[in-house]
Design a protein around this ligand. Structure first.
Ligand SMILES: NC(=O)c1ccc[n+]([C@@H]2O[C@H](COP(=O)([O-])OP(=O)(O)OC[C@H]3O[C@@H](n4cnc5c(N)ncnc54)[C@H](OP(=O)(O)O)[C@@H]3O)[C@@H](O)[C@H]2O)c1
Length: 340
């Protein structure tokens, strides 16, 4: 299948069809540097114009401002968008640098309150895919997913998703209600989900939405040193972007760039094509959600769908992950890898 603009579609779970490449809107509110709302809105419109219709946001991005920005896109184009948002992180990622803490919340009352707040900010009646953003380990996942299921019955949400869950948590959730997608970090330099989460998703016929598929921009070769990151850039808080680790990790970027040269493609396209091939190998329906502030990069990233990597290139890229220095997060219990 293809969208109206000839972008192929992918099925997540049994019933949710999305453009094979989506768009992650997180960095349209300040996370990786400054933003310009009119440029961001133009980028969002370009997504729809070229057939990238699977748009991802969250209640926590920009303290709600990200959803408010998406509302401007939805204003006269709601029908063109497969809209995904999330609840479950309390705090603001951008405040981490100044010591602000993030916590997870998954109690039923919070789930019910969060969807109403998101619908209000998004100025829409229904969200197509509603994710639990982080697991609140103080609350049984059955309670959280049970409350999410009630939102489907109430017509506020069409499909359910879970971010950064373990395989075991995914199995417990699926026993309560069908899950369309797991959204977790997956890229050439973040492959921990391949051990059990991706195989479990494939087995349970749950889709997989790789987030930060460009390694938060690093795999594109545009971050060469800490000096490339502004003082408020969220990546400064991440072990892989710390001074020593960042230098060591440039070796991974060199591998991606070498394959890109062989292909006549860009590093971003190679990083996304690698994910498509890996998802096919695992037999899991998958649509990555790269983010960018620039409209031109939407088309560049979409172009990855025509990049076919050779088995040798896939092996080379697979091996590059072994050279990565530094964890994804300082506290790994914040993601699935730390709870498995
Ligand atoms: N569920 C979760 O916990 C979670 C966590 C993180 C992210 N996410 C989702 O995943 C989405 C994507 O992740 P992400 O934004 O962290 O990382 P990403 O998509 O891996 O990388 C984004 C960065 O790459 C740069 N970029 C994009 N396309 C490029 C290209 N073709 N060439 C060179 N640079 C390029 C962007 O810079 P410019 O803006 O300058 O182009 C941006 O800084 C987010 O927007 C969010 O929706 C979810």
């Amino acid at each position: 299948m293809t969208t109206a603009n000839s972008v192929p579609t992918i099925q997540l779970g049994d019933e949710l069809t999305v453009s094979a490449i989506g768009f992650g809107a997180m960095a349209l509110t300040p996370v990786y540097g400054e933003v310009d709302d009119s440029e961001s809105l133009a980028t969002l419109h370009r997504c729809l114009d070229v057939g990238v219709t699977f748009i991802d946001t969250a209640n926590v991005y920009g303290g709600g401002n990200n959803e408010r920005l998406i509302a401007k896109l939805l204003d006269d184009r709601r029908d063109e968008v497969t809209l995904a948002t999330k609840f479950g992180i309390v705090g603001n990622p951008a405040d981490r640098e100044s010591g602000g803490q993030l916590n997870a919340r998954g109690d039923a009352a919070y789930v019910r309150q969060s969807i109403d707040e998101s619908l209000q900010r998004l100025q829409t009646d229904v969200v197509d895919l509603y994710y639990m953003h982080r697991r609140d380990v103080k609350v049984p996942i059955e309670e959280t997913v049970g409350a999410m299921a009630e939102l489907v019955t109430a017509g506020k949400v069409r499909h359910l998703g879970l971010s950064e869950v373990t395989a075991e948590e995914l199995r417990a959730a699926v026993a309560v209600h069908p899950i369309a997608a797991v959204q977790s970090e997956w890229s050439i330099w973040s492959r921990d989900v391949e051990a059990s989460v991706v195989p479990a998703a494939a087995e349970l016929r749950v889709g997989f939405v790789p987030y930060s598929p460009l390694g938060r921009g690093f795999l594109t070769g545009t971050v060469r040193s800490a000096a490339d990151l502004s003082s408020t850039d969220f990546r400064r808080t991440m072990p892989r972007f710390s001074e020593g680790a960042l230098d060591a990790n440039l070796a991974v970027v060199e591998v991606v760039k070498a394959v890109a040269e062989q292909q006549g493609a860009t590093p971003a396209q190679v990083a996304l094509a690698w994910l498509r091939h890996r998802a096919e190998q695992f037999g899991v329906g998958s649509a990555p959600i790269p983010g960018t502030r620039r409209a031109s990069r939407v088309e560049e990233n979409l172009g990855s769908l025509s990049v076919e990597l050779t088995p040798e290139q896939l092996d080379t890229l697979d091996a590059a992950a072994a050279a990565v220095t530094g964890q994804r997060f300082t506290d790994l219990t914040w993601v699935s890898a730390g709870r498995e």
